[in-house]
Ligand binder design. Structure first.
Ligand code: CMC
Length: 392
């Protein structure tokens, strides 16, 4: 096998060169296209950050307007695609619905599948940015057995999504500005994170020259796993279980430290951050603010704070450099906003979409790109000879 090195989980192996996102895991630094995450979270908007990630620069007012209006022209779904969504069982997980529907975009929008034609790449980019929130809201409505709403293009992306998720056809829906602002900010925090599992999946699928819809659909499946984006709902389930068990937080932490039944402190630890995840710091601050503004008093927040306090002092976590990651506090905010737990990872997917698209486009445009094809170290049987059935 020549010079093949074993690197399980790609801990040390870079798969590409990228200009999009910079992380310094020891210092807890995250920047999109050079801009620090806290500046973007405070001063920018999700749509603007999406533009920045995909096209490389902050937009002028004109460029941003044009981007917005192109997106708003594509927010509707093909009516037949809705039939497909209607056929899924009501208790289907919305992440499965989301991925299936994005995959199906490749059957409805065949005029934007070419990876060689920049106009088609642009069209599939806009279609995804426009339609993912609509699909996500439909997936939620479907799970509730509630009527679907058409997009209202007088609203911005986040407001439109909130209305389609929580509104009803016969009633006016007033978007709560606190919720809209908070959700927009959370989408910014999730918008890219260099070569994480789902992004690497998007790039790997795309490296075979599969189209953008196929690549993003694969990325959504990767994100659904509890070690990745699925952690945000797993955190809430964990907090809920601790609360219901009536056990004290220390008892749960002992289980984690003794690795009983493989119990982990969900929302803690990260492959790259060996310091406080800067996104978690922002989300934590926001959890307090949003819940206070909305008058929500959730005992699960107290449990989360207590878990963090213990972990930051405990040798098990300290020696392994385990800190809260982005998923630790976001679920509490989503819950306060009224989202059911199953929707949390869908929200992560909406936020991560511009990052996936930017990374896919960078890969497609990079002349150095080759099909992704890891090697292996074979440890199976050496050559042996076929035994007839009656001799086995
Ligand atoms: N709770 C308890 N122990 C942990 C945890 C945790 N959350 N995370 C890591 N460890 C331990 C792990 O058991 C190992 O211990 P030992 O050295 O005794 O074998 C050590 O810390 C190193 O961990 P690792 O599993 O080798 O680290 P990794 O880089 O392979 O995994 C991770 C990173 C994020 C998958 C992992 O920390 C984890 O499973 N965390 C919980 C799930 C989670 O919150 N995922 C969200 C990640 S952030 C953003 C996102 O993708 O959504």
């Amino acid at each position: 096998t020549g010079n093949v090195t074993l690197d399980v989980g790609f801990v040390n192996t870079a798969s590409c060169q990228s200009e999009i996102t910079y992380i310094d895991g020891d210092a807890g630094i995250l920047r999109y296209r050079g801009y620090p995450i806290d500046e973007l979270a405070e001063k920018s908007t999700f749509i603007e950050v999406s533009y920045l990630l995909i096209y490389g620069e902050l937009p002028t007012a004109e460029q941003l307007d044009a981007f917005r209006s192109r997106i708003s022209r594509h927010t509707m779904l093909h009516e037949d695609l809705k039939d497909l969504l209607a056929a899924f069982p009501r208790d289907a997980h919305p992440m499965s619905v989301l991925s299936a529907a994005v995959s199906a975009l490749g059957t409805f929008y065949q005029d934007s599948l070419s990876i060689k034609d920049p106009d088609q790449i642009e069209l599939s980019t806009i279609r995804l940015m426009a339609k993912l929130p609509t699909i996500a809201a439909y997936a939620h409505k479907k799970s509730q057995g509630q009527p679907l709403l058409y997009p209202d293009n007088s609203l911005n992306l986040v407001e439109n999504f909130l209305r389609m998720t929580f509104g009803f056809p016969a009633e006016p829906y007033d978007v709560d500005p606190t919720i809209a602002k908070a959700l927009d900010m959370l989408f910014i925090l999730h918008a890219d994170h260099e070569q994480n599992c789902s992004t690497s999946t998007v790039r790997l699928v795309g490296s075979a020259q599969a189209h953008l819809f196929a690549s993003i659909s694969a990325g959504i499946h990767a994100l659904s796993g509890p070690l990745h984006g699925g952690a945000n709902s797993a955190v809430l389930e964990m907090l809920g279980e601790i609360h219901e068990s009536g056990d004290d937080v220390e008892t749960f932490m002992n289980k984690v430290k003794n690795k009983e039944d493989g119990v982990k402190l969900m929302g803690f630890g990260h492959r790259v951050y060996k310091n406080y995840d800067p996104r978690a710091a922002i989300a934590k601050k926001f959890a307090h603010e949003v819940m206070e503004k909305m008058g929500v008093d959730d005992p699960l927040l107290d449990i989360a704070i207590r878990l963090e306090e213990i972990a930051l002092k405990d040798d098990y976590f300290v020696s392994r450099k385990l800190y809260p990651n982005v998923d630790f506090y976001t679920g509490l905010i989503y819950k306060a906003m009224g989202f059911p737990t199953e929707m949390f990872t869908v929200l992560f997917a909406i936020g991560r979409l511009p990052g996936w698209i930017a990374q896919w486009r960078e890969m497609i445009e990079d002349p150095a790109t080759k099909i992704g094809r890891p090697r292996q170290i074979y440890v199976g049987e050496t050559e042996r000879h076929f035994t007839e059935m009656d001799a086995r």
